[in-house]
Design a protein around this ligand. Structure first.
Ligand code: ADP
Ligand code: MG
Length: 254
């Protein structure tokens, strides 16, 4: 683990607890006996081949997908089909996808204030102040009145992160946030994520950016065929992989 990652603190408090979780898409058993405890302040990178279930796992954590067996607890709330629980969890868990999913017909500022105003019932002025605060944080306050189509991919992804932060999440989930970006824009998005990590945000990141994993993660989880095959701190994970599947994966990406 890098010195930087060691300095970031991890508390004893549990943020996410997943026990014996299984999920099927119809007859297809996509996640098998997932057990995972994430403490507050942890930065976890989830790696693994395409189709291994990384996105599905992330999506189960904020109830975008339903699991069929086992239990997921987020911030002490058990995820059930009870709609109240789902709303509570979604309001505490921010999510950032590969495709930014900004509303094209709304300005950057409006994208950031929409959910706070309509879901949280935050007064408009306060929502706009919060939005500007986070747009400054991701270093694009000057773009506030533009539309998504007028921004570069890297800028749009930073807006998507700012938009999530406006809901004041305690946990952030990232699903390949840099995969759709041109190479020169990847760093600006990763820098934003590094800053979030340094501020103590609990983060689960599906990413192929192994430099980011080494720099920021306190734990790397390797998934294959719907299972967590191996997990370790980055240094051990990269230098001393245990399973053949992990070795094969690393030999293909590094
Ligand atoms: P990853 O993110 O690791 O690439 P996914 O979680 O997207 O993997 O997908 C895991 C497996 O589940 C893949 O085989 C994929 O084709 C399948 N899958 C994903 N979403 C659905 C869905 N909505 N219905 C049926 N199968 C799906
Ligand atoms: Mg995926």
């Amino acid at each position: 683990m890098s010195e930087q990652a060691q300095q970031m603190s991890v508390s004893d408090e549990v943020a996410i607890e997943i026990t014996n979780m299984n999920k099927w898409y119809g007859a297809f058993h996509v996640l098998r006996d997932i057990n995972l405890t994430v403490n507050r302040g942890e930065r976890i990178v989830i790696a693994g081949p395409s189709g291994s279930g990384k996105s599905t796992l992330i999506r189960c954590i904020n109830a975008l997908e339903e699991h069929q067996k086992g239990q997921i607890t987020v911030d002490g709330t058990v995820l059930s089909s009870d709609i109240k629980n789902i709303d509570k969890i979604r309001s505490e868990v921010g999510m950032c996808f590969q495709h930014f999913n900004l509303f094209p017909h709304l300005t950057i500022l409006e994208n950031c204030t929409l959910a706070p105003i309509w879901v949280r019932k935050t007064p408009r002025k306060e929502a706009e102040e919060t939005a500007m605060h986070f747009l400054e944080k991701v270093k694009i306050p000057d773009q506030a009145n533009k539309y998504p189509g007028q921004l570069s991919g890297g800028q749009q992804q930073r807006v998507a992160i700012a938009r999530s932060l406006c809901m004041r999440p305690r946990i952030m989930l990232f699903d390949e946030p840099t995969s759709a970006l041109d190479p020169e824009m990847i760093k600006e998005v990763l820098d934003t994520m590094v800053e979030l990590a340094e501020e103590g945000m609990t983060m689960l990141c599906v990413t192929h950016e192994m430099g980011f994993a080494r720099q920021v993660a306190n734990r790397v989880i390797f998934m294959d065929a719907g299972q967590i095959v191996e997990q370790n701190e980055p240094e051990e994970f990269f230098n001393n992989p245990q399973s053949e599947r992990t070795k094969l994966f690393l030999s293909q990406i590094l």
